[in-house]
Write a protein of this length. Structure first.
Lengths: 185, 198
């Protein structure tokens, strides 16, 4: 596998020289929209991502104590009668990992690196990524969805709550962008 | 006719295979959009690269158009589509918290998958943080869960609230996308100096 990962010292992913160009954003959007449409047409529901993490969390907790999972208001929803890993969204994420990996490999975009701006260290960025993931998961659990499950999926059927969610996400991120600019710029 | 799941009873295996197949397309779309990179994702918040909004908005309008047209010709039963229940306070508060996590962490739950698949170590850190966050939410704040579930109301969509049919909304969104595309081009020019070099 070593040859798959091009090592860089700068931590600047965009400096990868052999990588093919990305798709035009509008073209990528149409493709993503067609995947979402196909998901609706087959399953009657849209895409999601947080649910996969919730299933993993229920599975991990169940390794320690299945009784605790079934008694917990959050975990019990993902217990799936003792088979939390047989989760639709978890399989969706598994497919997404493989799809993204094939796509990145074909385009020469796989790089074992840390994405960050030039003014933070790798370890600072790793802790910020962990903290951001923690906060985002909390928000997604409160809102019952994320950029996929609420914004894309709910937005395309004009769900009012999803549109409010999307507006709130962008409002908070734009509001905080100035304060974390060192991490990115 | 559609959705298929309303008159075909997929087995668990078939259902999971469908999930993996759709996921394949999902992953390719995210990766080709450049969403495996935290710096490209967060660029939208510094206005020098609006790809996140371009991709998301186009995806929403594309799916919306497909749904409106198929429902219009009677090939899709809109009533069979699952609509996430509405609880505006939770969606507002959750959205604000989620947005903070997005700009601090650099990813969202779907894009962190594309990041891990393209070797980004910070994508793994974000995913680990998410897992910890879900565990903490389940253990520390079951009260929030009960509060949300007991306050969620039935489906609330723009067509049902306003009485204006989905087709008109779709046309409106297409028009707005064209206008927004022009505006985002102007923004990117105005903030091009923020784009990191190298």
């Amino acid at each position: 596998m070593a040859h798959v990962f091009a090592h860089t010292t700068s931590g600047r992913a965009e400096s990868a020289s052999r990588a093919q160009p990305l798709w035009n954003p509008y073209l990528a959007g149409v493709f993503l929209g067609l995947v979402l449409l196909a998901t609706y047409l087959v399953t009657g529901r849209g895409l999601g991502a947080v649910g996969g993490f919730s299933s993993l969390a229920a599975w991990l907790t169940g390794l320690a104590s299945p009784e605790h999972v079934t008694a917990n208001a959050v975990h019990s929803r993902y217990w799936n009668d003792g088979a939390p890993l047989a989760s639709w969204t978890l399989f969706l994420l598994g497919g997404a990992f493989i799809g993204a990996w094939l796509s990145a490999r074909r385009a020469g975009r796989i790089e074992w690196t840390v994405e960050r701006g030039p003014r933070v260290s790798d370890s600072q960025r790793m802790w910020l990524a962990f903290a951001g993931g923690f906060i985002a998961a909390f928000g997604a659990k409160i809102a019952k969805g994320c950029t996929s499950g609420q914004a894309l999926t709910g937005g395309s059927i004009l769900n009012v709550g999803s549109l409010v969610f999307m507006a709130a996400v962008f409002a908070a991120a734009y509001g905080l962008a100035y304060f974390v600019r060192k991490e990115w710029l | 006719m559609f959705p298929l799941a309303s008159h075909i009873d997929f087995s668990v295996t078939a259902s999971l295979a469908i999930a993996a197949l759709l996921g394949l397309g999902f992953g390719i779309a995210l990766e080709r959009a450049g969403f495996g990179s935290a710096r490209r994702l967060t660029a939208v918040f510094y206005l020098y690269d609006m790809a996140v909004v371009k991709v998301m908005f186009t995806a929403i309008v594309t799916a919306m158009t497909g749904i409106a047209v198929l429902a219009g010709i009677g090939a899709l039963d809109l009533a069979e589509l699952y609509v996430e229940p509405t609880f505006l306070s939770a969606q507002l508060i959750g959205g604000l918290v989620f947005g903070a996590g997005f700009i601090i962490g650099g990813y969202c739950p779907g894009t962190t998958i594309a990041a891990m698949a393209s070797g980004r170590k910070d994508g793994f850190a974000f995913a680990a943080g998410m897992l910890a966050g879900v565990m903490a939410y389940a253990e520390l704040t079951p009260g929030i869960e009960t509060w949300i579930r007991s306050n969620a109301t039935a489906d609330l969509t723009l067509p049902s609230v306003t009485g204006i049919a989905m087709g008109w909304w779709t046309l409106g969104f297409i028009g707005f996308l064209v206008f927004a595309a022009w505006g985002m081009g102007r923004l990117e020019q105005a903030f091009a100096h923020l784009r990191p070099r190298g």
